[in-house]
Ligand binder design. Structure first.
Ligand SMILES: NC(=O)c1ccc[n+]([C@@H]2O[C@H](COP(=O)([O-])OP(=O)(O)OC[C@H]3O[C@@H](n4cnc5c(N)ncnc54)[C@H](OP(=O)(O)O)[C@@H]3O)[C@@H](O)[C@H]2O)c1
Length: 299
């Protein structure tokens, strides 16, 4: 039997924000949402690249549904400027898709690369979510936050690091502080050179050319942060203080984009399918969980 999912609740008044949307999966997400008649805010850190992206939507007549606003997810100030503009322009938002991310082909645990990856992939998600959460509209369908994460972040990739595995697998009691401390431990070990290969992810074991260690840790952290958000929004709602917000994490699969070195077999539209499905159809009881190919998978 299929998932029980939402019927169409969205309209042209629905406002969706997509980060890192000037190319790749982010742009495909924008295209698919615009095709549904939704107002889509395409955000990117570079206006010229964003303009080219919007131009590419013209042939399908979708450019009218898409509005650009600048956003560098790694800068808190940039996220607040976007939030203020959204508040003034639309009054609120219905959907946030945290898609922006970066990676590197580091072999060891290069500290500069690790910092840059965490700033975008983990702190970036937190910056944007915290700035935009107050704008989530209080609707019967509920607002939706989708994090485009990766299977690279599954906890079994943590190797021998059983203590961290135990901390991060207790999804009921996970806190933002525990996730921050896990990231800080990785960064400290990569800075002082004490990290042990067997304690941290190595994507070469899954057939990739590089370990993508910092990338995998950053995705582990955002997956855990999705559980934190889910727990916090549910607790607030139970206290009668808040609105319904559904929070999802997902893996788009291995997609043909710059980030994958164009090695992924999937098209960007295939990669965008599950994030868009989660944003619009939001499987019942699926908030706080990890999804791929429209199916729940293990963190
Ligand atoms: N491709 C895959 O096989 C694959 C697999 C699993 C998960 N994912 C996830 O899918 C998502 C999309 O990746 P993709 O494959 O489409 O990669 P991509 O084509 O390289 O796109 C990444 C996007 O993120 C943006 N970005 C990077 N740093 C940013 C920042 N500080 N502020 C704002 N935007 C920033 C990039 O903008 P610029 O053009 O300015 O750099 C670009 O628009 C990522 O979360 C990635 O981890 C991808």
């Amino acid at each position: 039997m299929g998932q029980e999912v939402d019927r169409q609740w969205w309209s042209e008044d629905t406002v969706a924000v997509v980060t890192g949307a000037n190319k790749g999966i982010g742009l495909a997400i924008v295209r698919q949402l615009a095709k549904q008649g939704i107002t889509v805010v395409l955000t990117a850190r570079d206006a010229n690249r964003a303009e080219q992206a919007i131009e590419s939507l013209k042939s399908e007549g979708l450019d009218d549904r898409v509005v650009f606003h600048t956003l560098d997810v790694s800068r808190e100030q940039s996220a607040h400027e976007l939030a203020e503009w959204l508040r003034q322009t639309y009054g609120g938002i219905d959907i946030l898709i945290n898609n922006a991310a970066t990676s590197s082909n580091e072999m060891g645990a290069n500290f500069e690369d690790a910092i840059s990856i965490m700033n975008t992939n983990y702190l970036g998600v937190k910056n944007v979510t915290k700035a935009l959460l107050p704008l989530a509209r209080n609707t019967p369908a509920g607002a939706r936050i989708v994090v485009v994460s990766s299977r690279a972040g599954v906890l079994k990739n943590l190797g021998n690091n059983n203590q961290l595995k135990t901390t991060l697998s207790d999804r009921e009691h996970i806190t933002e502080d525990l996730v921050d401390r896990s990231v800080a431990a990785y960064l400290a070990e990569s800075e002082n050179g004490t990290w042990k290969e067997e304690d941290w992810p190595d994507m070469r074991k899954a057939g990739y050319a590089y370990p993508y260690r910092s990338y995998a840790v950053s995705k582990m952290a955002v997956n855990a942060y999705v559980s934190v958000l889910h727990n916090n929004t549910r607790l607030a709602a139970a206290g009668g203080k808040s609105k319904l917000i559904n929070v999802f994490s997902c893996c788009p699969g291995h997609v043909d984009t710059d980030l994958s070195g164009h090695l992924g077999p999937r098209t960007v539209d295939q990669g965008a399918d599950t994030p868009v499905w989660l944003a619009l159809q939001s499987p019942k009881g699926g908030s706080g969980k990890f999804w791929a190919d429209r199916t729940e998978i293990e963190f």
